[in-house]
Design a protein around this ligand. Structure first.
Ligand code: NAY
Length: 291
């Protein structure tokens, strides 16, 4: 399987006000990421896609729309992880048949699964599909930690080819890089992209790239060229932006920013709340401050 690398937006999902999927909006989000952010790929069905609040058919619909819009212009990763492993197995086949370049699955969460159970989950999802798997490691939301030895056990299955590392543990990140130089390692925290790049990640997957993808690429490129001062200057502006966005509500603010850019990014899905007037006003100010 081709090794993935570069800048990937964790794709937002555009919802109508009643919570149904806004197909036109999803298409516009894909186009904006390709045409304006100039990303190398999209991570579809992640946290940013509000995936864990969706039903199976809705997940399928999003995978379908995104592939239909992006065609083969960029790489596509389908996040198929779910507590319902039958759904994961089904979606893994579904996305592979659509032509997705890779699968990814969040570590199973909520219940305290043993590592043996986590390992079995990954092997089961990838077993009967001709595709690769990127482990979605996000301990701050799942509570699931994976040690270097355990990553090694997962990678004993050669179809498991990488990790989306959404954690601030740079010691673990460095140990990972040294232990698995050939595995695709993606940074998952946009505000820590510079140090992650210095430690040798192959790319980054982020929510804020939907809006701030151009700066993300600059940080990545500068850092890889050893131009640390230049990279840090861009990271500083980026983190001012991210700090303002997080304060105002992450996904909603990104969507309102995109609306200011002419993209029909829609609403968030309940239980996420509606936009207040104050939130909309703040988000518009944030967009025009940085773009
Ligand atoms: C996902 O699956 O969408 C991601 O995890 C992408 C990574 C993002 N994490 C979350 C939980 O949204 O881009 C980050 C994050 O939003 C950003 O760094 C701001 O903290």
């Amino acid at each position: 399987y081709p090794k993935l690398q570069g800048i990937y937006s964790a794709l937002l999902t555009s919802f109508n006000h009643d919570g149904t999927i806004n197909e036109k909006g999803v298409r516009e989000l894909v186009r904006y990421n390709i045409d304006v952010n100039k990303v190398d790929g999209l991570y579809v069905g992640g946290s940013t896609g509000e995936n864990f609040m969706l039903g199976t058919q809705e997940k399928e619909e999003i995978f379908k729309i995104v592939k239909d819009e992006a065609k083969d212009q960029i790489k596509l990763i389908a996040q198929v992880g779910s507590l319902n492993i039958k759904e994961s197995v089904h979606l893994a086949k579904f996305a592979t048949d659509l032509g997705y370049d890779s699968l990814s699955a969040v570590t199973p969460f909520y219940y305290k699964f043993s590592f043996a159970e986590v390992k079995d989950y990954y092997n089961t999802i990838i077993e009967n599909v001709d595709n690769q798997m990127i482990v979605y490691f996000i301990p701050f939301l799942t509570g699931v930690n994976i040690s270097i030895e355990q990553f090694g056990e997962l990678f004993a299955n050669e179809k498991i080819t990488g990790c989306k590392f959404t954690a601030g543990d740079f010691y673990l990140l460095e140990r990972f890089r040294k232990a698995f130089p050939d595995k695709a390692l993606f940074a998952g925290f946009d505000e820590m992209m510079l140090p992650a790049t210095v430690l040798g990640v192959d790319g980054a997957i982020g929510s804020t790239f939907n809006v701030n993808g151009v700066r993300a690429r600059q940080i990545f490129d500068f850092a890889r060229e050893g131009k640390i001062k230049e990279a840090l200057d861009v990271q500083h502006v980026t983190n001012d932006f991210i700090t303002d966005v997080l304060k105002n509500g992450l996904y909603g603010t990104l969507k309102i920013c995109l609306q200011e850019a002419g993209v029909d990014a829609g609403y968030c899905r309940k239980p996420m709340g509606d936009y207040s007037d104050e939130m909309i006003e703040n988000a518009k100010k944030i967009y025009h401050k940085y773009f």
